[in-house]
Every structure is written in C-alpha cells, then in structure tokens.
Design a protein around this ligand. Structure first.
Ligand SMILES: [Zn+2]
Length: 232
C-alpha cells in the first residue's frame, strides 16, 4: 500500500472528472498525493462521425494523456456508454478498486444530472464506498477503506440543485488543467460544446467571489453533513 494519501475521482465517462475537478486533482498531485481517475465508461458513443469502437480507443488514449498532465493515473472499467447499470455487480467491482487504492478522498458526480450515467455513477460510488468501508464485506481479501471523505463535482451536465460546499483555489494549476482538458478532442471544442471556455469561466466566476484567481467548487451529500469532529 502506498504511504502517500490518495484521491480517487470516479467519472461516468472519460473526461468528466478531468473537466469538473482537474484543477483540484492537479493540485493534490503537486502536493504529494496519489491521484487516480477511474472511468466507468469511455463515453464512446459521443462522436458524430466515428464508430463507438474507434471513438472509444481515441478516448482511452486521450484519457491517458490527460491523466499525465494532471500527475495521475487513468483506470478503465469495462462498462458501456449510455448503459451504465446501477447495481451491486458494478458497485462491487468499483469497491474492489477503492480497496486497492485506499483513498482518503473520493470525487464523483453530483446526482442532479441531465445524463443518467452520471446519476448512476453517483449512486454506484456511494454504494461502492459503503462496501469498501464495511470490513464485513469480503472484497478481494483487502482491508477496508477508512475515514474517506466524498466530494461531488461541479459539472455543466449536473446542474440541478448543485450547491457548492467548499472551493479549491486552482489558480496555479490552470496551465496543466487546460492541457489535460485539451488532450481530449471535445476539450478542444471539436464536439461543438466549448468545454474549456465553460470550465475556465466557471472557475473564474467562483474565484472572483472568493477573492482568488480560479476556484473549483465541490458539494457534499446531505448525509455527509452529519459529521462528528473534536473541534470546529
Ligand atoms: Zn459524462
């Protein structure tokens, strides 16, 4: 097991976590954390011209390059874009990954999404964390995950009722985060939606209000608000 702290971002599609949390991931990497991006699907049905197989291969190599810019490692799970099932088979497979990576922090989607894969990724991640954290679940013979905090990301496709809880100042990460986003053709605007413009503007707007350059927003689940701490 790595002695370094670990942050694991679970996205429905390759590119989701890089766009929504890449600045914060890069910052953790620079501060000595192990950074992992777990892609439940490749998002391979997103091309208007390429076949799903061809676009999936392209997304996989884009995801590897994006992870390099963020100082992290890409992991690929074998599920299909638009068909991500919310069940215990998938959650168990994800729980195994969490036990292998032993994160202190997990990031995933906010559930109020226009994309059912994103909503399912949220539920799968919470269920997988539950399985990984309860030692009585037999998961790969590996020790349980302990004391892990879960944060939900600010994604343009997941806007319904999103309320930021905490912000990370990513001003010093903008260059590498932009390179990671633009490792993807869609990040360069080739899919028609100006992803980088939206995320750059979003984090700048958050930053202006918090008196920093650029800030990335994260929410937490209602149930996570019931924490016990020694001191405030
Ligand atoms: Zn997505």
């Amino acid at each position: 097991m790595s002695p370094k702290p670990s942050i694991v971002a679970v996205g429905a599609h390759a590119a989701d976590m890089e766009f929504a949390a890449g600045g914060a991931l890069r910052k953790h990497a620079r501060q000595g954390w192990d950074v992992h991006l777990v892609h439940l699907t490749l998002g391979e049905k997103g091309s208007g011209t390429l076949s799903a197989d061809a676009y999936g291969a392209q997304k996989q190599s884009e995801a590897r390059e994006a992870a390099r810019w963020l100082g992290g490692t890409a992991h690929f799970m074998p599920y299909r874009d638009g068909e991500l099932a919310n069940n215990d088979e998938v959650a168990s497979a994800l729980a195994l990954v969490l036990r292998q990576l032993q994160p202190q922090v997990i990031l995933t989607h906010w559930p109020g999404s226009i994309h059912l894969d994103h909503t399912h990724a949220y539920h799968l991640t919470l269920r997988a964390h539950f399985m990984a954290a309860i030692r009585h679940f037999e998961v790969g013979g590996l020790p349980a995950v302990r004391g892990c905090r879960i944060y939900l990301t600010d994604n343009w496709e997941d806007p319904t009722d999103f309320v930021p809880f905490v912000f990370v100042d990513v001003s010093a990460e903008m260059e590498d985060w932009e390179r990671a986003c633009k490792a993807y053709a869609i990040g360069r605007g080739e899919g028609g939606f100006p992803y980088w413009d939206w995320y750059e503007a979003r984090t700048r707007t958050h930053g202006i209000l918090r008196r920093v350059g650029h800030a990335q927003a994260f929410a937490i689940d209602e149930t996570s608000k019931n924490r016990v701490q020694d001191l405030l």
